[in-house]
Design a protein around this ligand. Structure first.
Ligand SMILES: Cc1cc2nc3c(=O)[nH]c(=O)nc-3n(C[C@H](O)[C@H](O)[C@H](O)COP(=O)(O)OP(=O)(O)OC[C@H]3O[C@@H](n4cnc5c(N)ncnc54)[C@H](O)[C@@H]3O)c2cc1C
Ligand code: FES
Length: 341
């Protein structure tokens, strides 16, 4: 059955936007250039909550963790998990911070190649049917064959002519999406991709020194930020410190990629860190030891408020980094991240 077009009206004003019946309210609003708040796009964060005033909808993932029992009692819905079944009226506060940098589009892409970076992380290079721009640090939704729901993956390259989007993905034990991507998506496979999304994009006009903190697969958007920053004339006076954290030495990566960038060793510096289980030997390891938020605090301390700071990684790391930065009095508008759920 082909998708039909519906109209979504935001109650209390003149704003409305078209939404195809196979699209979600959040993503259709973003495609129309509207600043519908969100973060993860995959039902986990709850930032895209809204109330349905009138009309019929279908909820794609009723058990999505982004809604609490209280939200459900109040009949709140997630914009990223709701498709319209006719014209609707919704209650929602648009917020200019969420305005799209580039209007996201639904496109097809072919896997050209992949290569391992560590024992459990690989880089996947997709070629899009049509060019689409994105900002360094943004992410896309990948629809993998046989997998329910899109999976969010950050681009690790910069857009260039918009044809090639590269991702660095960590294999998640027991994960449906990563098992499919690593074991079933061979070069030549076509998948649907939707993007770009995300608020943690490179601020090209913020001529401060830059601190990138990447934990695990958080490498992807931080590589993109580093690549973008080193190529941006407006940031030519900025130094970038790239801290990468892995559990053990075999999880650490990224240096060989950063070494290729202009400015390496001059205004681009890499600090690897490991956080082994207590009591484990760190013999043979010459980098930093500790969680990323501890290493960043130790290395930069009182200088932290002078940086533009980007970070990405698993929720526990993101929460610890965010708390440390706020305690260190870094102004919130200098802190940029999209949490990986
Ligand atoms: C903004 C963002 C950027 C990310 N960037 C990266 C990256 O660059 N590299 C990387 O390795 N990982 C990244 N992740 C994590 C990635 O999206 C996956 O969560 C991870 O790869 C595990 O996926 P999985 O399918 O293997 O695991 P699973 O446990 O099978 O799936 C977990 C993910 O699927 C979603 N999900 C589960 N069930 C459903 C359902 N029924 N309907 C809809 N959605 C469902 C969950 O919300 C969750 O996102 C990112 C996540 C976010 C939110
Ligand atoms: S739950 Fe919808 S954007 Fe996170």
């Amino acid at each position: 059955m082909s998708a039909s077009q519906t109209l979504i009206r935001i109650a209390g004003g003149d704003t409305s936007f078209p939404c195809a019946s196979d699209d979600t309210l959040l993503r259709a609003a973003q495609r129309a250039g509207l600043a519908f708040p969100y973060e993860c796009n995959v039902g986990s964060c709850g930032n895209c909550r809204f109330e349905l005033v009138e009309g019929d909808v279908e909820v794609l993932w009723p058990e999505a963790p982004g809604l609490s029992d209280k939200d459900r009692q109040r009949k709140r819905l997630l914009g990223c998990q709701t498709q319209p079944r006719g014209d609707c009226s919704i209650k929602l506060r648009l917020d200019a911070r969420y305005a799209p940098q580039h209007l996201p589009r639904r496109l097809c892409a072919v896997l050209e190649s992949s290569r391992p970076l560590t024992h459990d992380m690989s880089e996947f290079r997709f070629v899009l049917d049509e060019p689409q721009q994105f900002e360094p640090g943004q992410y896309a939704l990948a629809y993998l064959p046989g997998v329910t729901g899109g999976r969010a993956y950050s681009m690790s390259n910069t857009a260039g002519d918009g044809r090639v989007w590269e991702f660095v993905v960590r294999r998640q034990p027991g994960g449906q999406g990563t098992r499919t991507l690593f074991d079933e998506v061979a070069p030549g496979t076509r998948i649907a991709i939707d993007g770009p999304y995300g608020m943690a994009w490179l601020r090209r006009d913020a001529a401060r020194d830059i601190l990138c903190l990447a934990g695990g697969s958080g490498l992807a958007p931080m590589l993109s930020i580093a690549r973008g920053a080193m190529a941006e004339p407006r940031l030519a006076g900025s130094t970038l410190h790239f801290l990468y954290g892995g559990r053990t030495a075999r999880d650490v990566c990224g240096e060989d990629i950063l070494r290729e960038l202009p400015g390496w060793g001059e205004r681009l510096h890499y600090v690897p860190a490991i956080s082994p289980v207590p009591g484990a030997s760190v013999q043979g390891w010459s980098g930093a030891v500790g969680y990323l938020h501890e290493v960043a605090l130790e290395q930069f301390g009182a200088r932290l408020p002078g940086f533009e700071i980007y970070f990405a990684g698993p929720p526990a790391m993101a929460t610890a980094v965010q708390r440390m930065l706020l305690d260190a009095k870094v102004p919130p508008d200098q802190i940029h991240f999209d949490q990986f759920y």
